[in-house]
Write a protein that binds this ligand. Structure first.
Ligand code: ADP
Ligand code: 5GP
Length: 207
């Protein structure tokens, strides 16, 4: 542990709609935590702002950034490209900040494999039930059936990735889930969790 530099990388992943963006936003209100704002080729949602929620760019511009090796990690998710800027993340880490990522399992794998000289903690968020996940997706996507269907289609595949993460939390009540995440992030030890309980929960979600 002592060979790690100040600052760290904290990754939150989940099936779409489980609440990671909401949680990441809450965490980033703390001074020492800063969100890695991703680049994406997806269109902005009505409430999303360029440079705040994402850097919204074209597929061509994204491909150019890949060629220039500008991404710490990048992946195709739901037919769109998403990536974390190496420059932006490095700058924050050098300032001693804790960088919070809202990225999928593919990007998490890429960052894990880099074995950076910073603390890395990966957290997987689960919804309380499939019904509630669908309700949250419908609410956020304003019942855009095509988008909701596509995200629900990937749900099971995404769920199976929980085993690759350091910690798993169920986002039922937002406040208590946030509290749990903060205590994990702030703790410098590896905190264990009830794998059996989570395994059973995931099995129920898969039905
Ligand atoms: P994700 O980033 O994982 O796709 P979001 O953070 O966008 O998910 O959350 C999806 C929707 O669910 C949003 O409308 C959000 O306000 C809502 N939401 C998030 N957490 C909870 C919760 N614990 N209880 C109820 N609604 C929630
Ligand atoms: P959304 O379109 O709902 O904002 O995000 C869709 C998925 O892409 C989510 O799982 C989100 O975590 C993931 N995502 C967002 N930004 C990045 C990124 O920079 N890299 C990777 N690999 N995934 C991302």
């Amino acid at each position: 542990m002592s060979s790690f530099k100040k600052g760290g990388l904290f990754i939150l992943s989940s099936p779409s709609g489980a609440g990671k963006t909401t949680l990441v936003k809450k965490i980033s209100k703390h001074k020492s935590y800063s969100v890695s704002i991703s680049h994406t080729t997806r269109l902005p949602r009505p409430n999303e702002k360029n440079g705040k929620d994402y850097y919204f760019i074209s597929k061509n511009a994204f491909k150019k950034l890949i060629k220039k090796n500008e991404f710490l990690e990048h992946a195709k998710v739901f037919d769109n490209y998403y990536g974390s800027s190496k420059k932006l993340v490095t700058k924050k880490l050098k300032e001693g900040k804790n960088v919070i990522f809202d990225i999928d399992w593919q990007g998490t794998r890429q960052i894990r494999n880099k074995k950076l000289k910073y603390k890395l903690l990966t957290i997987y968020i689960l919804p309380p039930s499939k019904k509630e996940l669908l309700r949250r997706l419908n609410k956020r996507e304003k019942k855009n059936l095509k988008t909701v269907k596509k995200r629900m289609k990937e749900f099971k595949k995404d769920l199976s990735r929980w085993k690759e993460y350091d910690f798993v939390v169920i986002n039922d009540n937002l406040k208590s889930c946030y509290k749990k995440i903060m205590s994990i992030i702030k703790s410098n030890k590896k905190i264990s969790f009830d794998r059996n309980f989570i395994n059973k929960h995931v099995k129920r979600l898969m039905i």
